[in-house]
Write a new protein. Structure first.
Length: 256
């Protein structure tokens, strides 16, 4: 009995999420979270355009609450709007944008749309991204086109838990076109990433040398140079006198 209740509850949540996604598919919709509270069911809709979801004077929210009460028999549903912080790292909203652009401009311009969105994702700072467009684009036979840039994990725990995925469908005259988007955000810590730090001893030596160089004034360096020049001048005449004396001693010894 408990298992059946859990399954019925999960099916109901899935149907609510599907209904909300269809209602707000052209408003930058991302995902929905449903939480049970003592006051009632809390429904949070995440979108990149909260103004379009709310509507004029909250018309869309009032209409949605009435539908949730009648159709899904929810008790006191509380709807909240959550704005996406980084819309270019949300795969679902980006896939829906691509689908909307293909429906508006036609399947012939799918390449330009895919390349522009991919470039905007990478410019936002993503580690890697992939866009897959499958369907009759633009030929009569179905094909799959893959657009990829950067570094993207395909297997392992990171590919399952860290890579953000999105799926959308564009309905055109020629047929249905599917769009898949995968994004690896810059916050992902890869296990094969290596950070090389200098040794502590070498770092200390470098810091000491830099401090000594900063402490030495320029005047002391000049004085040292002047003293070295004077010492060289003094040593030169002494060496000449010694040479003259040596020559005299040699001449006197020969005369004897």
């Amino acid at each position: 009995m408990i298992e059946r209740k859990i399954l019925a509850q999960k099916m109901k949540e899935f149907q609510i999420k599907e209904f909300i996604a269809k209602e707000f598919e052209k408003t930058g919709y991302s995902h929905t979270k449903i939480q049970r509270t003592p006051l009632g069911d809390k429904v949070t809709i995440y979108t990149s355009r909260p103004g379009l979801v709310v509507g004029r004077k909250g018309q869309n929210i009032n209409r949605l609450t009435a539908v949730l009460k009648k159709r899904f028999s929810m008790e006191n549903p509380q709807i909240e709007i959550g704005e996406i912080e980084d819309p270019y790292f949300d795969a679902q909203s980006i896939s829906e944008k691509i689908a909307y652009a293909i429906e508006k401009f036609g399947p012939k311009h799918f390449k330009s749309v895919a390349y522009k969105t991919l470039q905007s994702i990478m410019d936002a700072g993503a580690l890697g991204a992939e866009i897959i467009v499958s369907g009759k684009v633009p030929s009569s036979r179905a094909k799959t086109w893959r657009f990829m840039n950067g570094y993207l994990k395909k297997s392992g725990d990171i590919a399952v838990s860290k890579v953000v995925k999105g799926l959308a469908v564009a309905i055109t005259k020629s047929g249905v076109i599917g769009i898949k988007v995968k994004i690896m955000p810059p916050t992902v810590d890869l296990p094969d990433k290596i950070d090389i730090h200098p040794k502590k001893e070498e770092q200390k030596i470098i810091e000491k040398a830099t401090e000594e160089i900063k402490e030495e004034p320029i005047e002391e360096v000049k004085k040292e140079k002047e003293e070295q020049v004077e010492e060289k001048k003094e040593t030169k005449p002494k060496t000449r006198k010694k040479k003259v004396e040596n020559e005299k001693t040699k001449g006197s010894s020969k005369s004897k």
